[in-house]
Design a protein around this ligand. Structure first.
Ligand code: AMP
Length: 142
């Protein structure tokens, strides 16, 4: 089967498409989102072309996990913001547009403005019987 065409993020990693780079090491690249929800909206991606987080190797996951807090601090320091969201979408139904793992660091400026991530959070009360079964099923699948 032919392999899928490289994602736009792989093309950025390869230098075929420009970006506003903020960090790079041998496993990770970070750059500004081209359609920011707030100034400083940054994308952090593995160089490994995994489409979703569940497909990412432990080595790349560790590299991203190691650098994420540092990048969050840098974005906050540079933008003068203290609040932010970390967003990571997987799959089209979950609003993923670029099928290459990425973490959004999205500053949330104070003052009640519209900048930053808006979240609709339709929470329900947990059903403890079903929850116990689900927790067991997930634990067994880890
Ligand atoms: P998602 O919906 O989680 O897949 O988000 C993909 C993000 O990639 C969006 O916020 C886009 O604005 C961003 N994006 C797409 N193309 C580029 C690009 N060439 N440079 C920077 N950000 C991009």
């Amino acid at each position: 089967m032919p392999s899928p065409p490289p994602s736009i993020f792989t093309r950025i990693i390869n230098g075929e498409i420009p970006c506003h780079k903020v960090y790079e090491d041998d496993k990770v690249l970070a750059f500004l989102d081209i359609n920011p929800l707030a100034p400083g909206h940054t994308l952090v991606i593995p160089k490994e072309p995994a489409p979703t987080l569940d497909k990412l190797s432990d080595v790349s996951a560790a590299a991203i996990g190691r650098i994420l807090p540092r990048l969050c601090r840098a974005v906050m320091r540079a933008t003068g913001t203290s609040d932010y969201n970390l967003l990571q979408n997987n799959g089209a139904a979950a609003h993923q547009e670029v099928m290459h793992v990425h973490f959004h660091i999205i500053p949330k400026p104070g003052g009640g403005g519209s900048q930053g991530l808006g979240i609709d959070w339709p929470a329900a009360k947990i059903d403890h019987t079903a929850g116990a079964q689900l927790a067991s099923a997930i634990a067994a699948a880890v």
